[in-house]
Design a protein around this ligand. Structure first.
Ligand code: ZN
Length: 411
């Protein structure tokens, strides 16, 4: 992906401002670097990456790149693995994020006449409030539910005639299943679902779409880079458009750091060139995707990334083969009777790795046949022999949070 002239100039300007403050995060990180020495894209691509660990070390406010009087809010990434990351936002950052989010809703065909039912959480993390400010800027009616309490969710959804559901994929699935179980589908007015913050398979997508009777749009984002709302599907459903007037995207080989050409799968790296409170240069997202070549049939000029197929950290090596969760999603799609819900257990017994794949399947299918087909396809596509175990629909845990599906018990 070649960098556009205005992106290059904006990035250079940003680096110049950041390195001028010797005590700031980038003043220290890029010590000795002069923005005027960055002459082209190649020079930019030689700059060191920024990684999550450095952001953690800057806790609490080490990332703040403007005087405190300009900061209006902070957000924080979930600190499940230790120290959280704090991202300070200026008024302009909050406004820019809302503009990008509004653009996401518009790309999904959502209008000021929609009633937007928001189930992601409010608080330190960026989800709920991002969905809300974007919807308000659009002029739609917000129903700010937050997560949990399925009874209340469904009552409000029916009484308020919500037309758009914003949720994680696992929570959307939980609500869809509950609507089917209670037989209230005809009282639900949803037309669209905006689904964020998780990797999910085509089969799960189809189940949610069918059971809720809605069109679904993947929304992408991460707390470190504004939050959700930096990319979304259009009606063509061929990748997610991202807002290259705010950010520059690169795809790298996660092992070598080498920048990959358009179309190749690798780790997404983002540079923000308009962010003020905590700008990030070459930030490694650890999300695996690719930049889609060519233009979208919808005619929008914004470039596209493919659906996120997994995280570099989720990649597991079994019997010498790298496996991404996204590969399992796409494999399940091609096994008749198998649902999108699965769990992988990896164990080490008698000197050998053993991968057990639990998959929910419709009880009208013969379990033995589904298991045989799963094992055969896994062997031909991914190259290893597995132990398939088919279970009934609903047997595997559902979660309102990001679900973990791969359990590595070897270490
Ligand atoms: Zn498009």
């Amino acid at each position: 992906m070649s960098m556009k002239e205005f992106q290059f100039e904006a990035i250079k300007q940003k680096i110049s401002t950041l390195t001028a403050q010797k005590e700031s995060f980038y003043g220290k990180k890029y010590q000795g670097l002069h923005a005027e020495d960055i002459k082209d894209q190649k020079d930019f691509e030689a700059l060191p990456f920024t990684d999550k660990d450095e952001l953690r070390e800057a806790y609490p406010l080490g990332l703040m790149a403007v005087p405190e009087k300009e900061i209006v809010r902070i957000h924080s990434s979930s600190g499940t693995t230790g120290t959280p990351i704090i991202i300070p936002y200026t008024r302009q950052d909050v406004e820019d994020w809302a503009q990008m989010f509004k653009r996401c809703y518009e790309t999904a065909g959502i209008t000021p006449m929609d009633r937007i039912h928001i189930t992601p959480g409010y608080g330190l993390w960026t989800a709920g409030i991002g969905f809300q400010t974007g919807a308000e800027l659009l002029g739609a009616m917000v129903i700010p539910m937050g997560p949990g309490n399925t009874d209340k969710q469904l009552k409000m959804m029916m009484d308020m005639k919500s037309t758009v559901l914003c949720a994680t994929s696992s929570y959307a699935l939980l609500l869809a299943e509950e609507i089917a179980r209670r037989g209230i589908k005809d009282k639900i007015c949803l037309k669209k679902g905006v689904i964020g913050s998780e990797r999910w398979g085509e089969k799960m997508r189809r189940r949610i779409a069918n059971e809720l009777g809605v069109e679904l749009y993947d929304i992408y984002g991460l707390t470190e880079i504004y939050g959700p709302g930096i990319a979304i599907n259009c009606d063509c459903q061929s990748g997610m458009h991202y807002w290259d007037d705010y950010m520059y995207f690169e795809i790298i080989n996660p092992r070598t750091g080498e920048v990959l050409p358009e179309g190749e799968m690798g780790e997404l790296v983002i540079t923000t060139f308009r962010k003020e409170g905590a700008p990030l240069i070459r930030y490694r997202t650890h999300d695996l995707t690719r930049i889609l070549p060519g233009e979208c049939p919808c005619g929008r000029k914004y470039p596209r990334i493919d659906t996120i197929i997994g995280r570099t950290d989720d990649m597991v090596k079994v019997k010498g083969v790298n496996i991404y969760p996204g590969q399992i999603d796409s494999l399940l799609k091609d096994v008749e009777g198998a649902s999108s819900e699965y769990q992988v257990m990896i164990d080490h017994l008698n000197g050998k790795d053993i991968l057990t794949l639990f998959v929910e399947a419709d009880s009208s299918y013969d379990k033995k046949v589904v298991e045989h087909n799963l094992a055969t396809l896994f062997k031909t596509r991914i190259g290893i022999t597995i132990v398939p175990k088919v279970v009934d629909i609903g047997d595997l845990p559902r979660s309102e949070k990001k679900s973990t599906r791969i359990y590595d018990n070897r270490y």
